[in-house]
Design a protein around this ligand. Structure first.
Ligand code: UFG
Length: 329
């Protein structure tokens, strides 16, 4: 298929673009490099550089595209509490422009990058897709409202769409891993301590109602996540909006993640308990039974050790490269 991947220079977007190319699709990446990395855009993809809102219409016009995979977004929960207007503008308003450009230029298929943050604080886990959606931050609210728009576009205009609600994405695939300009995620931060780039990892609260008092999350390997996007795209049905959770189905506490990073890296990784982080739910674990049952998604890299090993291979290689660059100056 001939596809547009928005945000194809970001962590998730670039790995998905690479996996779509591997699967034989033709890929055009749109990215403005506000948060993405230029060298993450896979070779073999055509690049349109620019802000999505500015370039989407002319990119889709006459391009004869079959579908769009929409990753370009702001995605930091904490930041969304401080500058919500940027989240409504860059997530909600820009996604509406994308949907309208798709309608105008008759691009019939969409895969949308969504989040567990649409559910908010769950009453029970594992979380299934029919549970209440009560986002506790603007980030989750913008993603949920885009889902409402997508549903109505599917019903009225015959678009076929799938929203994938990610839990905690981690790991690396083929030399692409997490390398955010501002890093807030647990695994890359812990690995930066192992690399010597940070002194210690702060544990945000040890008084949560969990077995060891630290928050529990469901970590999903980036490659398993990318495979789900290819499946979603290839099975989209006209006039239908499907929503699936994507996780591994196992929960690991912050302390368990740090311990696994110690085992994998052989580094002691100092840790210190800090106050709770605003907006964190205690436990988030996905049920991905629906996508496994309906689309035959079969994640194979579900153990935390595998996820951390792949993330470490990427982070340590990145660390060596930046050390070599500094040394050669
Ligand atoms: N954590 C720490 N110390 C750190 C960083 C994180 O203790 O330095 C803890 C957090 O408090 C949380 C856990 O590690 O309990 C995981 O935190 P991340 O920041 O790695 O990920 P989140 O669970 O906050 O966020 C993820 C996705 C979001 C999504 C959210 C759903 O990254 O996009 O799950 O709640 F919205």
């Amino acid at each position: 298929m001939k596809l547009v991947v928005t945000g194809g220079a970001g962590y998730v977007g670039s790995v998905c673009a690479a996996v779509l190319l591997e699967a034989g699709h033709e890929v055009t990446v749109i990215d403005d490099f506000s948060t993405g990395n230029r060298d993450a855009v896979p070779a073999g993809a055509t690049l349109v550089e620019g802000s999505l809102a500015d370039v989407i219409d002319e990119t889709l016009a006459g391009g004869d595209f079959d579908g769009v995979l929409h990753f370009a977004a702001r995605s930091l929960v904490g930041e969304s509490m401080v500058v919500p207007h940027e989240y409504w503008r860059d997530n909600m308003v820009t996604s509406l422009k994308l949907l309208d450009a798709m309608r105008t230029h008759q691009v019939a298929q969409l895969v949308f990058s969504s989040t567990a943050a649409t559910y908010g604080e769950p009453e029970t886990v594992p979380i299934t897709e029919d549970m209440p959606t009560r986002p506790t931050n603007p980030y989750g609210a913008t993603k949920l409202s885009i889902d409402y728009a997508i549903t109505s576009y599917c019903q009225a205009y015959g678009m076929g769409a799938t929203s994938l609600r990610y839990f905690n994405v981690a790991g690396a695939h083929d030399a692409i891993g997490e390398n955010h300009k501002t890093e807030t995620h647990l695994i890359p931060l812990v690995l930066q301590v192992a690399l010597g780039h940070r002194e210690k990892i702060m544990i945000f609260g040890d008084d949560w109602p969990t077995s060891d008092g630290t928050c529990v999350r469901d970590y999903i390997h980036i490659r398993d996540l990318a495979d789900a996007h290819v499946l979603a795209l290839e099975t989209n049905e006209p006039g239908t909006h499907r929503i699936y959770n994507l996780g591994s189905g196992d929960g690991y506490s912050v302390r368990e993640v740090i311990e696994m990073c110690r085992e994998v890296t052989g580094h002691p990784i100092p840790a210190e308990v800090a106050p709770r982080r605003a907006g964190d739910p205690a436990v988030l674990i996905a049920s991905s039974a629906k996508i496994q049952r309906e689309l035959g998604w079969n994640p194979t890299r579900t153990h935390l050790r595998r996820i951390v090993e792949d993330a470490w291979a990427y982070t340590s290689e990145l660390g060596e490269r930046s050390h070599a660059t500094r040394a050669s100056r």
